[in-house]
Ligand binder design. Structure first.
Ligand SMILES: [Zn+2]
Ligand SMILES: [Zn+2]
Length: 309
């Protein structure tokens, strides 16, 4: 990358697409279907395996650091749930790799004599120690490169111890089968990156494999996939909880409304009864009022009778 391109990438990462002086660039939003969601989450295999023996070339979707910066800013405010897209992308990539591993194993099984589970376990032990030696050597190289000579020396001492263990494991393994079979059983398939590994590989090859960009790239992709899956589960759980809380709030509102309606009904009933009572009181007063002239009429008639008699 040229110095200018590096500067541009740095500015993109910092400021997103909002930065000035970059009007030439095609403007799409990070939510666009054409944008690689795995790249937004810094986990696209096309980036991770770039420059390795398994370089996948350019991703079919848009990779843009400025869009990643936009997404990082926006995702603080809103939930985009891109982890699901990225997890599906990485999952299909890893599934392809695991299919290749199975195929390579099958191919090996066809060319190598079958061995018992017990012997296979002995081979596995040699393989494990090979892996450890490879990793330690890669680490020692890295430390040496960074100038940490003492630490590098300590790691190399561990390598020596592991080598001794490997020698023992190799002897145990060799003695468990005829020499001809032992010669045959020398290849294995790396479960991480599906590459063929020699059981009798020398240190240089072990370090190149276990400390190499390809193998480490696959470890990184698998770790990122695990993280994405966890994030998906967590976010789904959070969404379920939020939906449940919303539902409970709605139910509570409904219940309050229902209670208020009941109370209003009760008040209306009481008001109606009150009106009824008032009506019946005024009716009895009216009865008295209306009956008074009738009564007085009778009294007059009565006196008439008495005095006229
Ligand atoms: Zn991509
Ligand atoms: Zn590997």
């Amino acid at each position: 990358m040229s110095a200018q391109a590096q500067m541009r990438a740095m500015l993109d990462q910092l400021m997103g697409t909002a930065r000035d002086g970059d009007t030439m660039r095609q403007r799409i939003k990070f939510t666009d279907d054409r944008v690689c969601k795995s790249h937004l989450l810094d986990s696209c295999p096309h980036d991770i395996l770039s420059g390795t023996r398994m370089d996948l070339g350019e991703c079919a979707k848009v990779h843009d650091l400025a869009l990643r910066a936009d997404y990082e800013i926006a995702s603080k405010e809103s939930e985009y749930f891109f982890e699901l897209d990225a997890a599906e992308h990485l999952q299909s990539f890893i599934a392809d790799c695991d299919r290749r591993t199975e195929l390579a194993k099958k191919r090996l099984a066809e060319t190598q004599d079958e061995i018992s589970a017990e012997v296979a376990a002995k081979a596995e032990r040699v393989h494990e120690l090979n892996e450890e030696i490879g990793k330690l050597l890669a680490k020692a190289e890295q430390l040496g490169g960074e100038g940490n000579v003492d630490e590098a020396q300590q790691v190399l001492e561990k390598v020596e111890k592991t080598r001794a263990l490997k020698k023992e494991a190799e002897d145990v393994y060799r003695n468990s089968m005829p020499a001809s079979s032992f010669q045959q059983q020398k290849l294995r398939v790396c479960e991480v990156c599906s590459a063929y590994l020699g059981l009798h590989d020398n240190d240089r090859r072990l370090a190149d494999h276990f400390g190499g960009k390809l193998h480490l790239g696959f470890i990184e992709i698998r770790e990122k996939l695990d993280k994405l899956r966890k994030a998906v589960v967590e976010k789904q759980e959070k969404m379920r909880t939020r939906r449940r809380e919303d539902r409970e709030r709605e139910d509570e509102k409904e219940r309050q409304w229902e209670m208020e309606r009941e109370r209003e009904k009760q008040r209306e009933w009481e008001r109606e009864r009150e009106r009824e009572r008032r009506r019946s009181r005024s009716r009895s007063a009216d009865r008295y009022r209306y009956s008074f002239p009738v009564l007085s009429h009778f009294v007059v008639v009565f006196f008439c009778f008495v005095f006229l008699d």
